[in-house]
Every structure is written in structure tokens, then in C-alpha cells.
Design a protein around this ligand. Structure first.
Ligand code: ATP
Length: 215
């Protein structure tokens, strides 16, 4: 059964760092599909400044044309905050216990995992693939919180092959792209150019709807 990738984020806006992460993970692990799941109201950060409908539409435009990529609107449709553990529980029930699942995370998100709701549960629901991100100390696990370091020592696998439905952690190098949505928003707010940091189709949408015009 080919594995499926689950990629959550605020995507405010989606950019090439996100898209390369998904593409490189799909290739490295052999994912048949990557589901992008824009967060509705992320519990761990301020309310995203852009309406969920816009963030969803930007993801749609960004992934159009990639047959492996899909968008999943379940979190943006919910009025309440969605925890990753809840979303994965529902996906697991839909897809069955045998389906290998890979939760895709950037290194900064992985480092912060011990503050997530029921974070240890996540290992029972999915495998976790962590992408190196410029600025985040991924390949030196010494810098990780103790609890997470312990989990990693038990669960780390050298590659994505021959893993079960859940429970493994893969640390994966990816092309370093020092792009962040925060910086794109700031650039757009000062009327700077964000071209080549994100797809033109997304940038057109941003201009059309006058998103990110102020900080
Ligand atoms: P913000 O700047 O608003 O915090 P962001 O650019 O970090 O946004 P998110 O939507 O918060 O984007 O990120 C979703 C996921 O993508 C997270 O797991 C994050 O670590 C990862 N990610 C984002 N940008 C990159 C990048 N340039 N390289 C690798 N991973 C990334």
C-alpha cells in the first residue's frame, strides 16, 4: 500500500519552501499523494491574518497541475481550532489502520512538537518526516527538547522504505530555501516584489484580492 503524506500549515501564503518540501518528501519516501491541509484556526499561534477561504484558494492554485498533490479543506471548514492529533485521528479512521501515513513537518515545527496537544499520540497515528529548514538545528539533535530527543532515538529510521503505518521518524535533508510566509507578507506590505518566492498564480491572486497590503 503506497504511503500518503499529510502536510498541514497556515499557508499564509503558500510558497516555494512548502512546495519543494512536499515534492522532495514525495520523491524520497515514494508518497503516492500529498494532502495539503490548511489550518483553520491554528491553536499554537495568533489567528492567521488572512481568511481561510483565501488561504485555501492559494493552496489550490499553487498545487494545480501536480497530480500527486491534493488540498483537503477539512480544517478550514471547522469553526473551532483544529489540533493535528484530531485531524490525524479522523484521517486514520477514514483510511484504515494499514495505510502508511507520513506527517510532513519542517524542522522548526518538529522542534516545537512537545508543546502540541497530545503530541505523543501523533506517533501512534502516523510516521513523521522532518525536513531540514534553514536556521533550525535539525541534524544536530542535541538542540532538541529532552522528550523529543528520546522519542527520536527510539524511532529514527535511515530512510522511508519498509516502514509501517505509523511510529517512525525520518530526518530528511531538502534543498535549503530560506523562504518564510512572514517575510513574504512583510515584503508585500511595503509594496516590494515577492516574485520567484511563490508561484505567479498565487501572487496574481494576492494582488487581485489586495491581500497583505499592510502589516
Ligand atoms: P510563517 O512565516 O507565517 O510562520 P511559514 O512560512 O513557516 O509561515 P507555515 O504555513 O507555518 O509556513 O509552515 C507549514 C510547514 O512548512 C511547517 O512544518 C514549516 O516548518 C514548513 N516550512 C515552511 N517554510 C519552509 C521552508 N522554507 N523550508 C522548509 N520547511 C518549511
Amino acid at each position: 500500500m503506497p504511503p500518503i503524506g499529510i502536510f498541514g500549515g497556515t499557508f499564509d501564503p503558500i510558497h516555494f519552501g512548502h512546495l519543494r518540501l512536499a515534492e522532495e518528501m514525495a520523491e524520497a519516501i515514494g508518497l503516492s499523494q500529498v494532502r495539503f491541509i490548511p489550518a483553520g484556526q491554528p491553536p499554537h499561534r495568533g489567528v492567521p491574518r488572512t481568511a481561510a477561504t483565501h488561504r485555501l484558494e492559494m493552496v489550490r492554485r499553487a498545487i494545480a497541475g501536480n497530480p500527486r498533490f491534493e488540498v483537503d479543506a477539512r480544517e478550514v471548514r471547522r469553526p473551532d481550532p483544529s489540533y493535528t492529533v484530531d485531524t490525524l485521528t479522523v484521517l486514520r479512521a477514514e483510511l484504515g489502520n494499514e495505510q502508511p501515513l507520513w506527517l510532513l513537518l519542517g524542522a522548526d515545527a518538529f522542534t516545537g512538537m512537545p508543546s502540541w496537544h497530545q503530541w505523543r499520540q501523533l506517533f501512534t497515528l502516523a510516521n513523521i518526516a522532518v525536513a531540514a529548514r534553514p536556521g533550525a538545528q535539525l541534524m544536530r539533535p542535541d538542540g532538541l527538547p529532552e522528550d523529543l530527543k528520546h522519542e527520536l532515538s527510539q524511532r529514527r529510521v535511515p530512510d522511508g522504505s519498509a516502514t509501517g503505518p505509523a511510529g517512525s521518524v525520518l530526518l530528511q535533508q531538502m534543498t535549503a530555501l530560506d523562504i518564510s510566509a512572514t517575510r513574504i507578507r512583510a515584503t508585500l506590505a511595503r509594496q516590494g516584489s515577492a516574485r520567484y518566492l511563490l508561484p505567479d498564480t498565487v501572487l496574481d491572486y494576492i494582488h487581485q484580492h489586495q491581500l497583505y497590503t499592510s502589516t
